[in-house]
Design a protein around this ligand. Structure first.
Ligand code: NAD
Length: 352
């Protein structure tokens, strides 16, 4: 249905790869390459139909353009989806077929891990074709500590904007999800004296935080409405909605989870309640900054990647100030900043 795809008319290229014998249906979408080559992970997901998969690839690649731009990276936005169930349909044969598709694109799209595509899968692809980042052998590997550091610095930037001080001592933070990012974030927060409330659907993870980080464990949705200063969603998307926003007690929402807003209108709901929201794709850009470091000569350097996430609190500070001055949501201002950056790069290119 072309009319339903009209919102996505600004994509540069979209490829479809099919190999029935090896079970591959893949869509690679390149949104914009003004700032540099299109980079974004490959998502393996059992979309219910082709249109849903295409919409996902178009929406996600558009998001990657904004994410790279607002992080000040020389990268464009791309994303791929493989229509398959990562637990039951993913096979080496399928990955072989996908590697062939990537090779045929000759670097027009650079991939990385994402939901359903593990670091091991990325390694497998990289052994067969270049233009795979985030691999463990010779690549940047697990991005989570860098993402956590970016979120940690972003939380401090939000505190500073709101109270003039970035001190975490005694500040109450609710961390939802203690996975790779959430756990690493919780440790950083605790080291600087924050008082933690935590939740995880895996009780052992929350128990570990109670034992080692002096945290209080909360069950179910109680974490969303906990009486804290900061809510850090580090598990699922769509946690900020018409239903949850009126119940939030935190004055700041700043966490790693992707797509935290259930709908675009939820940014305005947060603003109306005076809750400072760190746009998810700005504060969680550490993972992308980490893989981008691989493409920066002379190659990947973990310390350099950790240093580069310093851009996140600076950008967030600018977004918070501008949003306040213009009476707009932080989400809208983040998008404006990304688009302004791309536009000025495009104008510079045109003058050359
Ligand atoms: P992860 O899978 O390691 O951890 C997620 C954790 O959340 C798990 O411990 C899981 O049990 C828990 N969880 C799931 N549902 C929950 C619920 N309803 N309530 C409480 N806990 C729940 O994932 P991760 O790599 O730590 O990523 C966390 C979030 O950050 C995801 O949304 C991811 O897309 C996003 N993100 C991650 C990175 C990265 O570098 N890993 C980068 C950018 C964004």
């Amino acid at each position: 249905d072309a009319s339903r795809l009209a919102d996505f008319a600004d994509h540069e290229q979209v490829w479809l790869g099919r190999d029935e014998e090896r079970g591959l249906t893949a869509i690679v979408a390149v949104h914009d390459t003004t700032l540099g080559p299109a980079l974004g992970g490959t998502r393996v997901w059992p979309h219910e139909n082709f249109e849903a998969a295409l919409t996902d690839a178009l929406r996600l690649s558009h998001g990657m353009t904004l994410k790279a731009a607002v992080a000040g990276l020389a990268l464009g936005g791309g994303k791929a989806v493989i229509v398959a169930d990562a637990r039951s349909d993913k096979s080496l044969r399928l990955l072989d077929a996908y590697a062939e598709m990537l090779a045929a694109l000759e670097g027009q799209y650079i991939t990385a891990e994402d939901v359903g595509l593990s670091l091991e899968d990325a390694d497998y692809l990289r052994a067969r074709t270049p233009n795979v980042t985030g691999t463990t052998r010779g690549g940047s590997g697990n991005p989570s500590p860098v993402t956590a550091q970016g979120v940690f610095l972003g939380i401090k930037a939000a505190l500073k904007h709101q109270s003039g001080s970035e001190k975490l001592d005694g500040v109450r933070v609710a961390v939802q999800g203690l996975g790779a990012v959430g756990w690493s974030l919780a440790k950083r927060l605790r080291n600087e004296g924050a008082r933690l409330s935590v939740s995880d659907i895996e009780p052992a993870r929350a128990d570990k935080a109670v034992t080692h980080l002096d945290a209080v464990a909360l069950e179910g949705d109680a974490i969303t409405t906990a009486d804290v200063d900061i809510f850090a969603p580090c598990a699922l998307g769509a946690v900020l909605s018409e239903t949850t926003i009126p119940l939030l007690k935190a004055g700041i929402v700043a966490g790693s989870a992707n797509n935290q807003l259930a709908t675009p209108q939820d940014a305005e709901r947060l603003r109306a309640r005076g809750i400072l929201y760190a746009p998810d794709y700005v504060i969680n850009a550490g993972g992308l900054i980490n893989v981008a470091e691989e493409l920066t000569p002379p190659g990947y350097d973990a310390d350099a990647a950790m240093k580069r996430v310093g851009v996140i609190p600076r950008t967030l500070g600018a977004i918070f100030r501008r949003a306040e001055a213009e009476g707009r949501t932080t989400d809208a201002v983040a998008e404006t900043i990304a688009l302004e950056y791309i536009e000025s790069a495009r104008a510079k290119k045109a003058r050359r």
